[in-house]
Design a protein around this ligand. Sequence first.
Ligand code: C5P
Length: 219
Amino acid sequence: LSGPTLHGRHVLVTAGPTHEPIDPVRYIANRSSGQQGFAIAAAAARAGARVTLVAGPVSLPTPRGVERIDVETAREMLAAVEAALPADVAIMVAAVADWRAADEASQKLKKDGTGAPAPLALAENPDILRSLAGRADRPGLLIGFAAETENVVDHARAKRAAKGADWIVANDVSGDVMGGTHNSVHIVTADGVEDWPDMPKTAVAVRLIERIADAVAGR
Ligand code: C5P
């Protein structure tokens, strides 16, 4: 890396999906692989930061020099994030499940023989990004991701305001981004929108960390 580093800074990253149990053998999940968040954590460590990576269930190796905390559910992810504070920069890359099963069954749900499916009531999960934005120890630079399938930038602008984030990194996941190796993103800040070309997730990570190091140095 050329330019400013992140030496002496604590960077907190969330990555991967969450799994929300329905019963002992079933869960609600999504297609996030964790690749983008892990690449960002790796790039932050290479830039000299102390990095805490709170990871949902993924099958990826821990990047060199990164402290990794594995969690399963959104509520566990929130607790791990809060325990890792304070942070200079927080980058919330995880695809947190919006909903969990309202009641986790202690035994495996069974078909009842009538042909009627088991009811599945949902409860809303805590929003980790928004809760960070409202804290007294809010990270100095708070970055969210927005995975959208349409009107990507408009939704990202609205999300930036609604969540109280400084930047939103928006990506179109209508193709094979989730689980794929490439990403094309838009960086939505208070100053406007930067459209980045399609590139490997590892390159997105390096460029984003460079951008973050510049912003932190300029503060
Ligand atoms: O609202 P949406 O899920 O699209 O917002 C995406 C952003 O919010 C991501 O940065 C994601 O990590 C974060 N998020 C969160 N907690 C949730 C839902 C989303 O931190 N429960």
